[in-house]
Design a protein around this ligand. Structure first.
Ligand SMILES: Nc1ncnc2c1ncn2[C@@H]1O[C@H](COP(=O)(O)OP(=O)(O)OP(=O)(O)O)[C@@H](O)[C@H]1O
Ligand SMILES: [Mg+2]
Length: 382
């Protein structure tokens, strides 16, 4: 059994509206002690609003918010045991690095020696103790962000809230800082609630990811489960690349199902499926195998035509047209592929096949929302 004390933060049916917009819509969420939890989703989905409610800068319109198992609604920000790291570092330009880090401790009334010791320790953690007496402007963006992190960590909060803290950094520095943040979080053991719209960032750092869309959490799971087992078409399309097929479930028994997606052969996969319903099926590009000079078709093996081919260094990306007219993307690793695959050209007849574990059932297609001519779409998020 779990009780509220097992969670550092808990949302119970929380709604926050701005005018007619429900920025956060009846969200229930439990953040475990010591975990690195990411809120991931596109712009405007409610990530920052969720974080600001935890910090106490916004109040929910409905629902309960608990921090450390205690009701936090109405508790002012400075009385909450949480700290926030923003994308803009907001360091004091005229104070030294160590005074910036120690500032919150001074506000809290801690003595000079203790402040210095704690601030030095925090700077060591972010590997900047040798810059303690410099001014912020003498540091790079990544270093300034580490100072901002040290300034939050030194307060030893129950929960650290981070809102796109690496957003202003270039790609290489971002990667380094992702690694750093994860290392630091594991070292200090403080609960991190991390906001990002970058799926790779969330996948590489988090213990769990809450994928948000339009104010709701679509799925909350470990990174691997989010990628391998997306529960909705939105999650499937937002995380990584995904091909979508739409069709009717023609059989569903003994733990596998068959869908007629209009590609001339049955699409078969494992799991439960709603018989006779119109469903959406996802296929990851890397799970598709393109075979040249082959006209052997059958279940999960479709005769297709190559539309385009692109080299991505270590990979080849094909766009192929299925008999239904739909196009799908297939990605082959060059190192492991049959050399004949390298010679495929646009216009060639090929087969596209996949393992029965590859197709993901992504739910029933809502007849009201779906466009009947749209039998398949391919979406890229990168
Ligand atoms: N103070 C506000 N007043 C009015 N509307 C707001 C306010 N803050 C947020 N919203 C609206 O609430 C919704 C969610 O905003 P939020 O800032 O939480 O999104 P986000 O997921 O953090 O997006 P981004 O990735 O762009 O930062 C948006 O529609 C936004 O316009
Ligand atoms: Mg935001």
């Amino acid at each position: 059994m779990t009780d509220a004390n097992d969670f550092d933060v808990e949302f119970r049916g929380i709604t926050k509206r701005f005018g007619d917009v429900a920025a956060v819509n009846n969200v229930t969420l439990q953040v475990r002690k010591g975990e690195f939890l990411s809120l991931l989703g596109p712009s405007g989905c409610g990530k920052t609003t969720s974080l600001r409610m935890i910090a106490g800068f916004e109040q929910p319109d409905e629902g309960e918010l608990l921090i450390g198992g205690k009701d936090a609604v109405g508790v002012p920000p400075y009385k909450r045991d949480v700290n926030t790291v923003f994308q803009s570092y907001a360091l004091f330009p005229h104070k030294s690095i160590i005074d910036n880090v120690a500032f919150g401790l001074k506000q809290r009334g801690e003595g000079k020696a203790e402040r210095r010791a704690k601030a030095t320790e925090a700077l060591e953690l972010v590997q900047l103790s040798h810059r303690a007496d410099d001014r912020p402007t003498m540091l790079s963006g990544g270093q300034q962000q580490r100072v901002a992190l040290a300034r939050a960590l030194v307060m030893n909060p129950r929960v650290l809230l981070l809102d796109e803290p690496l957003g202003a950094l270039d790609l290489k520095l971002r990667k380094e800082m992702q690694f750093e943040l994860k290392r630091i979080q594991e070292h200090v053991g403080i609960t991190f609630v991390y906001v990002t719209h970058d799926q790779e960032e969330a996948l590489s750092m988090s213990d769990r990811i809450a994928v948000m869309s339009n104010g709701v959490i679509e799925q909350l799971d470990e990174p691997r489960a989010i990628y391998d087992n997306p529960k909705t078409a939105f999650v499937a399309g937002f995380i990584g690349e995904m091909n979508f097929l739409t069709g009717t479930v023609t059989s569903a028994n003994d733990g596998h199902w068959t869908v007629d997606a209009g590609v001339g052969v049955p699409v078969q996969g494992f799991g439960a499926a709603p018989l006779n319903e119109k469903v959406r099926v996802g296929l990851r590009p890397e799970r598709l195998v393109v075979t040249p000079n082959s006209d052997e078709t059958g279940t999960n093996r479709v005769l297709s035509t190559v539309l385009s081919k692109m080299y991505l260094g270590d990979q080849i990306q094909f766009v192929v047209t299925l008999p239904s007219g739909a196009t799908v993307i297939a990605i082959e690793q060059r190192a492991s592929v049959d050399p004949a695959t390298d010679n495929i050209k646009p216009g060639d007849r090929v087969t596209v096949s996949w393992d029965a574990h590859a197709p993901l059932l992504l739910g029933i297609v809502d007849a009201d929302k779906s466009n009947s001519t749209d039998t398949s779409t391919t979406k890229e998020t990168r």
